[in-house]
Design a protein. Structure first.
Length: 431
């Protein structure tokens, strides 16, 4: 394993308010265990992630939306506190877009992958992703970009109902807008009414043919790329469970080889000359074609699933090696490795038992039983984030119970509240 330049710290940047984001914790642990000094910028320094023993310091975002000028000032201030250049790794789309826009003004303070101008913003834009798939002839659900409410209603009829509606730039949604980034549209009138909210959303409305989900249909790819779109480490995996069911978060995923998914990801990165970390989501249709549904120009929350079991190399470690000029060793695959996010995994496990069968799995051979499990929260060498998360999760459920009891009509028996994921699919991000 190549030695890390431990004189170069890392700053993790997350602008999306999510106190239970286990991807941030995974990055802190991975880099911290390699002997790298880890700093992080997040909404709250008092959340479970901030309890990690591998975190050197947490910097709290100011309250309210942060404009680019304010973020530039904050990043410069953090750089002064760190005292030397650091690798900057955004952990959400909004952070990746902001870092790319500010890259030229952060020279000398932070190390960032050299990207074509505006590339992260282009890739995170759902309309641009549809155009890119057409350009590369990659399978992508049939998509309409209506220019009027009537066109939205007509497109809904042509695409077939129900269909999926997406705002092309979900990072522009504000909490006050009261809109979800992704919505299931069931009628033509729903499509018409949704289009009329375009100004409030701040970006274009896309209507997309819905591909039915089911066992073995949802796949993903994580990878880190160097100059020219050359893959340093990467691989494919299958979503074993989801919450909400059949869509949304991936509380349980398994690393499995899928040549079609991997070829599509490598072809796209090579075409773009992408450098940095990519996370892609795919869905297989009834004809066996894998449609690219989403692309994120940053690490996904289950990136630790793609770790070399002997060296510990993963995408964030590979990026640090690459940006500091160190050689990145060839990574070994670990098919069958399981990722489990405990707080998100319980609800789909219970719901699936009543609503649907889990994704088909290969027979459990002796080798499969010995495969490892990457847990999002629990770690023997770093127990405090798990304990803090569990306590916060339970308190959240108790608060919801108390609220329902206070607001229930006299004489009624309110149902107990269930702890829900902090950010299910479709909850908007702050701008």
């Amino acid at each position: 394993m190549s030695s890390f330049d431990t004189d170069v710290p890392v700053l993790l940047l997350r602008l999306d308010p999510h106190p239970f984001h286990h991807g941030t914790l995974g990055a802190i642990r991975s880099l911290g265990r390699a002997g790298i000094e880890v700093h992080a910028v997040a909404e709250s320094a008092r959340g479970p992630v901030g309890r990690s023993r591998h975190l050197h310091r947490m910097y709290e975002l100011p309250a309210g939306p942060v404009a680019h000028a304010g973020l530039l000032e904050l990043l410069r201030s953090v750089s002064e506190g760190i005292g030397r250049p650091a690798v900057l790794i955004p952990l959400d789309d909004r952070g990746a877009i902001a870092a790319a826009r500010l890259a030229g003004r952060l020279l000398g303070r932070y190390l960032l992958p050299a990207q074509p101008a505006g590339l992260p913003e282009r890739l995170a834009d759902k309309a641009e992703l549809a155009r890119l798939c057409r350009e590369l002839d990659l399978p992508h659900p049939a998509t309409a970009l209506p220019a009027s409410a009537q066109q939205a209603a007509d497109a809904a009829g042509e695409l077939g109902l129900p269909l999926v509606a997406k705002w092309s730039r979900p990072w522009l949604l504000t909490p006050s807008a009261g809109l979800r980034s992704t919505t299931l549209v069931r009628t033509r009138d729903d499509a018409r009414r949704l289009y009329e909210l375009t100004e409030r959303a701040g970006s274009a409305l896309l209507l997309q043919r819905r591909l039915p989900g089911g066992p073995d249909t949802d796949w993903f790819f994580h990878g880190c790329f160097t100059r020219g779109g050359t893959c340093l480490i990467g691989g494919s995996g299958r979503k074993e469970r989801a919450w909400p069911l059949r869509t949304g978060l991936t509380p349980v995923g398994r690393r499995l080889p899928n040549p079609q998914v991997e070829r599509a990801a490598l072809r796209l990165a090579g075409h773009l000359g992408y450098r940095g970390i990519l996370h892609l989501d795919f869905r297989r249709d009834a004809h066996g074609r894998y449609h690219l549904l989403d692309l994120n120009p940053r690490p996904g929350d289950r990136f630790r699933l793609f770790t070399d079991p002997s060296s510990g190399l993963d995408v964030v470690r590979a990026l640090h090696l690459d940006l500091t000029g160190r050689p990145v060793p060839l990574a070994r695959s670990a098919p069958g490795w399981l990722f489990r996010a405990g707080n998100h995994a319980l609800l789909p496990a219970l719901a699936t038992a009543f609503a649907e069968r889990p994704a088909a799995r290969p027979p459990r051979t002796g080798r499969a039983r010995r495969q490892g499990v990457e847990r999002a929260w629990f770690a023997a060498d770093d127990p405090l984030p798990f304990l803090a998360m569990t306590g916060s999760w339970l308190r959240s459920g108790l608060r919801k119970d108390a609220y329902r009891m206070r607001t229930a009509p006299p004489g009624s028996t309110p149902l107990p509240a269930r702890p829900m994921p902090a950010r299910p699919l479709g909850v908007s991000q702050r701008p």
